[in-house]
Design a protein around this ligand. Structure first.
Ligand SMILES: [Zn+2]
Length: 107
């Protein structure tokens, strides 16, 4: 069980969408530019000048969503670090157990 499960799920979604946007977005942008250049009889350079800024703007938006993710505890930007620099909450911090485990030798 983790604290703030929905917030950490949202963080994972933001993180992975930015990673996928980087790894697959750029090759996809080249493919789209290639297709546009053939379909509209453009030079590939012209098609790239149209498609790459669109991809870059989308990926920048995805990356900013990761860096601006609000700390679930205090609301300060988490800044993609492993620990909140404001309140000290660790990334994916585990919740303390409700009942401490019992020691079977304690009888
Ligand atoms: Zn915090």
């Amino acid at each position: 069980m983790t604290l703030y499960p929905e917030q950490w799920r949202d963080y994972r979604w933001r993180h992975w969408s930015a990673v996928v946007g980087l790894l697959f977005g750029l090759p996809t942008a080249f493919f789209i530019a290639y297709a546009l250049s053939h379909h509209f009889n453009l030079k590939i350079d012209t098609a790239l000048l149209i498609v790459i800024p669109v991809w870059a703007a989308l990926w920048l938006w995805l990356a900013l969503r990761v860096t601006r993710f609000p700390c679930p505890s205090c609301g300060a930007p988490f800044n993609s670090s492993h620990r909140c620099c404001h309140c000290g909450l660790w990334l994916y911090e585990q919740a303390p157990p409700n009942d401490p485990p019992t020691d079977p030798t304690d009888q």
